[in-house]
Design a protein around this ligand. Sequence first.
Ligand code: TRP
Ligand code: SF4
Length: 405
Amino acid sequence: MNKIAAENNTVLSGMRPTGQLHLGHYHGVLKNWLNLQHEFKCFFFVADWHALTTHYEDPSIISKSSWDVVIDWLAAGINPNEATIFFQSRVPEHAELHLLLSMMTPLGWLERVPSYKDMQEKLREKDLDTYGFLGYPLLQSADILIYKAGQIPVGEDQVAHVELTREVARRFNFLYGREPGFEEKAEEAIKKMGKKNAKNYNNLRKKFQEEGDHEALEVARELLKSQQNITIADQERLYGYLEGGGRVILPEPQSLLAPTSKMPGIDGQKMSKSYNNTIALREDPESVEKKIRTMPTDTNRVRRTDPGDPAKCPVWQLHEVYSDDSTKEWVQNGCKSAGIGCIDCKMPVVEAINKELEPIRERANEYLETPDIIKNVVAEGCESARDIAKDTLEEVRGVMGLSYR
Ligand code: TRP
Ligand code: SF4
């Protein structure tokens, strides 16, 4: 892997605006983002163009959901002073980079992305035989590369997209990182590090290139990282020169797999809008209670006096998420001995969910009453995202021979 990205502290992730967010988003994604925002420079965006790839026939849900998504993020605790929050479609540079990358991306790479055929199968009722749908993983690559983001928090299903992004970046750097006089410039940059460092770098580079010594590669990267005297362009050259390629213009990102927490829905399947088994982050307490009360339980437990088995009951899965050990023990014993009824069993879950949602719901309501705050957050986020995107695009246009005006 070429570096810079893996060492850089930029995190980027997007979410499609196709409805209100629910507990699945919260446990699977947002809680992870909440931690990341303190540690990294984070960009979180509403992927409205991505939503269009599947909702082009009726996009009305996208505009409403885009604002809802931002409200839910903030209500869940994403802090706009720490993370940059924006709408993809308001940073049109993503589209230009997507177009430019499309020129050099082999069709087979896109056709082979696993989600392509899977989603077409899954969403049979929609006509997804479109150019936009085939190209959407490449749009995602553009989303990532335009910020030179190093860490991409994604679920399992998206790892292949980050992999594609790495291949695209590698190909791009190979094609366009070979500026005229690259080797001379790299050699000159080596000298600028000073005698001792230069000697070190040369030795490590040789060790890697001649003996395939990966540890030497790592050490050399560390060495480059610590250089204060050379420009970023020289540093990029030297990263590329280490591995024999050209200058690293678009760094390869890596996936940051979230600690897996599959949030079960109210039917025991994974919580997802398409299964209609969600609890929204803004669900009111009565509705939470109703949804849990009517949840199916172990089907062998027909009467109150029948013993049950938590392993066969979706309510148990919720206890696994929300309950402490003593409550779990109470469920196990009470269920198997028919000592408790299913409604008794469900009440701690209702309480735990409502306790978790209460502050989120409250903050969401505050934001709903002050739409200007939300608009400002997004406007500012779009502006700062655009500043960075423009710089990258300028560089990309340059190496692709498009900087004439
Ligand atoms: N494709 C992602 C999804 O469907 C959303 C997304 C778009 C994304 N661009 C991204 C995620 C860039 C991470 C990085 O969920
Ligand atoms: Fe499920 Fe609890 Fe009823 Fe057992 S007692 S079947 S775990 S709801």
